[in-house]
Design a protein around this ligand. Structure first.
Ligand code: MTE
Ligand code: MO
Length: 369
């Protein structure tokens, strides 16, 4: 009996290793010389990892479409694509993309992108294996994601893995109850030299920022909004392994030398994880309309609250870097403005309240529960 169970265990473990490695092969980072992979890996369906052969995708109903890829710089690329629909593939596992909260596509070159719910609900997602009549062989993976009428940043080349997050498992949809002022928060962090094109700027590790200011409050997804209106979610892992450049061109910009360029996010206005949001005051001046209160020019805090969707409360607490804090009513919070003083410090100003309420070196604002 004992030897049987041992043998059984051995077989089981060997099978598990086999299953792992066979799926891992598809997940392996691209090597231009390696042979073409003939499968992709899907996680989040009934089993942890499911392998789907490219041949199976070619057996789906073939759709053919003229599409235009629009890049972030506004460049337009017309092409004719053929492939199968993700929706039909998911149907084989009794799933529909319309009920998923996030689908993440990962490529052999490390590129990854989250497809948001609105896109999943409204668009066809084509698993393309032919472009302009020719079969695809990008980076040893023959599939490209095409989402007609959505920007090219979603059109992942060399598709290797699909990660599926269902509605009920969704994280990161907590209410925001704390806004941390990015400009103040980075002052105490280590700033490294960061080479960016022809200049050397300063950058912080995102991990340093998160561990020192949101350590107990980090979810699997980070939501980023840029000053041009772009909204994007990123996995915690990818986010934490990268940098935010805090000075010079395009800053604050999320980037890393290990990350494909298309994954960088320029001109970050704010990003949120769990119930905490980090706000760039420098970018706020470019994004929000300027307000004037008793001849002080700044940004209306109400506009920030609306944009970030901060939870409503009766009392708001404004806290400085040195711990100095004031509590104000929602009415006062709705009317206050944030600005930068001559020392480049972030200050909150409440019209009609005594001078002692004006918090200098503002670090965060919290909704009192
Ligand atoms: N694998 C992979 N796919 C990718 C990218 C990438 O870096 N790697 N960049 C994306 C971005 S940001 C854009 S704009 C388009 C560019 O597509 P093109 O090279 O066909 O112009 O591909 C998208 N798909
Ligand atoms: Mo792009």
């Amino acid at each position: 009996m004992k030897s049987f169970s041992k043998k059984y265990k051995f077989i089981l473990i060997s099978m598990m290793i086999l299953a792992l490695t066979s799926c891992n092969k598809a997940v392996k980072t691209g090597n231009k010389n390696s042979e073409t992979s003939n499968k992709i890996c899907i996680s989040g369906l009934e089993k942890e990892n499911i392998e789907v052969k490219v041949d199976e995708i070619k057996k789906l109903k073939k759709v053919n479409k003229d599409v235009v890829a629009v890049t972030s710089s506004g460049e337009r690329n017309e092409m004719n694509v053929s492939g199968g629909l993700l929706e039909e593939l998911l149907g084989k596992y009794n799933k529909s993309q319309k009920n998923l909260s996030i689908v993440r596509f990962i490529a052999t070159d490390g590129y990854s992108i989250d497809i948001p719910k609105e896109v999943l609900e409204n668009r066809d997602i084509i698993l393309a294996y032919e472009i302009d009549g020719k079969p695809l062989f990008e980076d040893s993976q023959p599939l490209r994601i095409i989402i007609p009428d959505e920007r090219a940043m979603y059109w992942v080349k060399g598709l290797n893995k699909i990660e599926i997050v269902e509605n009920d498992k969704k994280q990161g949809n907590k209410e925001i109850d704390k806004i941390i002022i990015f400009d103040t928060a980075i002052l105490d962090l280590k700033q490294e030299d960061y080479k960016y094109y022809e200049s050397v700027d300063k950058a912080i590790k995102t991990n340093d920022l998160l561990t020192s200011h949101a350590s107990d409050n980090i979810e699997d997804e980070i939501f980023i909004k840029a000053a041009d209106g772009l909204e994007k979610s990123e996995s915690n892992k990818v986010f934490r392994d990268a940098y935010i450049k805090t000075t010079g061109k395009d800053s604050p910009i999320f980037l890393s030398s290990d990350m494909p360029k298309g994954m960088t996010v320029k001109d970050i206005l704010w990003f949120s994880t769990g119930s905490t949001s980090f706000l760039s005051i420098s970018k706020s001046f470019e994004y929000f309309d300027e307000s004037n209160s008793d001849n002080i020019k700044g940004i209306l805090f109400k506009d920030i609250m609306d944009d970030i969707d901060l939870t409503k409360g009766n009392t708001y607490i404004f806290v400085a870097k040195d711990g100095y804090k004031v509590e104000v009513s929602s009415e006062d919070a709705n009317n206050c403005i944030l600005y930068k003083n001559e020392d480049n410090k972030v200050v909150v100003y409440f019209s009609g309240l005594e001078k002692s309420t004006s918090v200098k070196d503002l670090l965060f604002i919290e909704v009192k529960r």
